[in-house]
Design a protein around this ligand. Structure first.
Ligand code: GLA
Length: 726
């Protein structure tokens, strides 16, 4: 890994594990993008840029001798701005005291820092050597510092911007993105992940066109609708080969990512905090820090891009203490009881898992306040003694007496109208003057832009954690903000709401999650609606979806894996008929699919037959054998359930000494053609023992000849294989 500056061409070269990123400072002082891709030698790549047509383009400001050779409209930006002749989407749009909104940010020096600085108040990847390029608008005394970090163990670059107002008058940021980046050429497809409740993260691939392709959230949450991720891939790029650029924003509130195909024949990608319903006022000397964008590159197609993200997030984002350690193997009571439980019922669920290997019991929604259904109690984080006679310690002690850990559900950001908290502080709930609020699941969102509200949440959750032996927390977030307004904030500052919500969220996560390092925290959002890298910084795993049907989960987990490692996905074995879709799938299949993540169980274990219990115990033994691969291995997606009757994931250890393959078939077809799977990611020269086949084969054979997969008769069947180096 290295960052260097060639003074003769004013080019910055950033070399990572297998990637090179390069840009230069042109004659005007503009930071012009040159290259991002496979690692290459350091030449001056300017000759590769398209010149395009220049006849009707604007000159740079004040450039009277303009000969049509220099116009911002035909430049490939590192950070683009408005009002200087570039009519493409800009990354910065700022308003000044005179009412003008023009910016020209030019080179004003650089530094190379030994350590990557943290963003104040926001999560980001850690890292070493970091380039900071200072850009400055001399007319307005407005600065932008561009931060770049490359890594020697993963193929990503991390970027962000710090905008600073050095003038005596205020600057209003109307748009303050995290980056812009040019890509040579215009023949690309975009891949995004759309979805909704119980159908999170479905990949969608469309052709880029002249004009702007964009995805966004306006929900003050990263949202299930569109994950804060976009890939730009070559037309010919497949799962296994071709150029793939991935853009993943470390952010949990309203965001936007765009790709614009320009007249010049170039493509510009940019984005960050959504500028819809956004303004931010900077007084003299104040700075605004943007969230970080992680940009992955692979020449090995979409699969290679995913592995780059998985490595980056596991090595540099997720809590080091947790990321590669075995996760709690839990039984959760939600689908077993919903709100209808008491001490005896919970104790019976715990009794029924004895001897299976399940080590944690998680008490879900309904234990607090006056909470008998979803219409009351949120905000009152003290025990409902009517339901749990003897208090929460009675059930905790019982769980602990069985040698198990105890976990508890919270929804810290929410409030019901029917709660003691609302009766005392109705203004804590987000709302707007003179308008009724929108309900969602009978609840409102607490105003995390206010420090007194954050303090209330931190105190009430931390009091529970301090006073009881709670070793695991499921942190839920079941609705989105609707009224973007904060009581008490100045009218001209209301456009800061969505970003301030994110800052409030990160503040309470710092004080609750990081403040209780011995408690394991899992993220959740009405299923997997807030599944983003910033949440992963605090929560090593996130509940992937409320849809726990094994068939549907093959697609949800496939889509999620485009960006996020398997260990980030919380996946449970649930009951049949499945509560979301009514489907019956075999227990083995439910186990095999749930074991492709941080696994657990969520069903009424008191209904287990002796055979079920034995099956669960042996499933867990099997899981333990592959757990290190789930936590640390490289993922290869072999069969895609979106376009076939099959799903197959292979996970290979980093040293290629071990692998696991899970194959799944949706429908059984009589007299079907042979289904062959060619392994990926093995060492071609190593020999592997496959216990299920009692065979020893070379990696080259397994990857080139493949294996016919013999599924048992029946729909929704799985077959799994292990590969051990001989
Ligand atoms: C959300 C979660 C579920 C469960 C319920 C409880 O829907 O995704 O797993 O915790 O809330 O109300």
């Amino acid at each position: 890994m290295s960052i260097s500056f060639d003074k003769s061409t004013k080019t910055f070269y950033l070399d990572g594990k297998n990637v090179t990123y390069a840009f230069f400072i042109n004659s005007r002082g503009f930071a012009e993008h040159l290259y991002y891709g496979k690692k290459i030698h350091h030449d001056f790549y300017l000759y590769t840029r398209a010149t395009g047509t220049t006849s009707v383009l604007a000159s740079a400001p004040g450039d009277a001798g303009y000969k049509g050779l220099f116009s911002y409209d035909s430049m490939s930006p590192e950070l683009s701005f408005f009002g200087t002749g570039d009519y493409k989407e800009c990354a910065v749009h700022a308003g000044y005291k005179e009412g003008d909104r023009l910016t020209e940010l030019l080179f004003d020096g650089y530094e190379i820092l030994a350590e990557k600085p943290k963003i104040s108040g926001m999560p980001s990847l850690d890292g070493g050597e970091t380039l900071v390029v200072h850009l400055y608008d001399k007319v307005k005394d407005f600065g932008a510092d561009l931060y770049y970090t490359v890594y020697d163990d993963c193929d990503v670059i991390a970027r962000r911007v710090v905008y600073t107002n050095h003038a005596q008058s205020e600057v209003k940021l109307l748009r303050a993105y995290s980056f812009a980046m040019g890509l040579a050429g215009n023949k690309y497809d975009a891949i995004s992940l759309f979805g909704g409740w119980a159908k999170e993260r479905t990949p969608e691939r469309v052709a880029l066109h002249h004009g702007v392709f964009s995805i966004d959230s306006k929900q003050a949450s990263s949202s299930a609708k569109l994950n804060p991720f976009m890939a730009i891939v070559g037309k010919e790029t497949t799962e296994t080969q071709g150029d793939a650029y991935g853009f993943s924003l470390v952010y949990s509130s309203s965001y936007i990512l765009k790709a614009e195909v320009a007249t010049s024949g170039e493509t510009v990608v940019l984005g960050g905090i959504n500028d819809f319903d956004f303004t931010w006022t900077l007084s003299e000397g104040e700075s605004f820090e943007t969230p970080e964008i992680v940009i992955a590159y692979s020449e090995d197609g979409i699969g290679g891009m995913s592995r780059a993200f998985h490595d980056a997030f596991r090595e540099h984002l997720i809590d080091k203490k947790r990321v590669k350690s075995p996760r709690p193997l839990l039984i959760n009571n939600w689908e077993a009881t919903y709100f209808n439980f008491n001490y005896e019922k919970l104790a019976a669920i715990v009794d029924a898992v004895e001897g299976t290997g399940i080590d944690t019991f998680v008490l879900d929604d309904g234990w607090f306040g006056k909470r008998d259904d979803d219409s009351s109690g949120l905000g009152d984080w003290y025990v409902n003694e009517n339901k749990l006679s003897g208090g929460i310690d009675r059930i905790i002690n019982y769980v602990n007496s069985k040698g198990m850990k105890f976990g508890l559900w919270f929804e810290p950001e929410m409030i019901n109208e029917d709660s003691d908290l609302y009766r005392a502080h109705p203004d804590y709930a987000i709302g707007a003057p003179d308008r009724p609020r929108c309900y969602s699941r009978h609840q409102y969102v607490l105003d995390l832009t206010r420090s007194d509200v954050c303090d209330y949440i931190v105190n009430s959750v931390n009091t529970m954690l301090k006073n009881h032996n709670i070793e695991y927390v499921k942190w839920d977030y079941n609705r989105n903000v609707t009224e973007f307004f904060s009581f008490g904030r100045a009218p001209e500052r209301q456009g800061e709401f969505a970003h301030r919500y994110a800052l409030g969220l990160y503040d309470i996560c710092e004080r609750i999650v990081k403040g209780n390092p011995d408690v394991f925290f899992e993220g959740c959002s009405g299923g997997g609606a807030r599944f983003d890298p910033a949440i992963l910084y605090y929560f090593p795993q996130i509940w992937t979806s409320d849809d726990s049907d094994a068939e549907e989960r093959t697609r949800i987990q496939y889509g999620t894996s485009l960006v996020y490692p398997l260990s980030a996905m919380s996946c449970h074995v649930s009951a049949v008929p499945n509560h979301q879709v009514g489907r019956n799938t075999p227990l083995k299949t439910r186990g095999d699919i749930a074991h492709l993540g941080a696994t657990g169980y969520e069903l009424d274990t008191t209904k287990f037959t002796d055979d079920d219990k034995k099956a669960v115990a042996s499933q867990i033994l099997e899981y333990k054998k592959m757990e290190n691969l789930v936590l640390e291995g490289d993922l290869y997606r072999i069969d895609n359930p979106f376009d076939s009757n099959y799903f197959a994931f292979a996970i290979v250890s980093k040293d290629k000494s071990e692998a696991h393959l899970t194959c799944y078939r949706t429908l059984c077809i009589c007299n079907a053609e042979t289904h062959r799977v060619k392994m990926q990611g093995l060492d071609p020269n190593k020999q592997y023992y496959i216990p299920e086949k009692q065979m020893i084969l070379h990696g080259s054979t397994l990857m080139n000849v493949g294996m016919p997969i013999n599924f048992p008769k029946g729909d929704y069947m799985t077959v799994t294989y292990h590969f051990e180096e001989k």
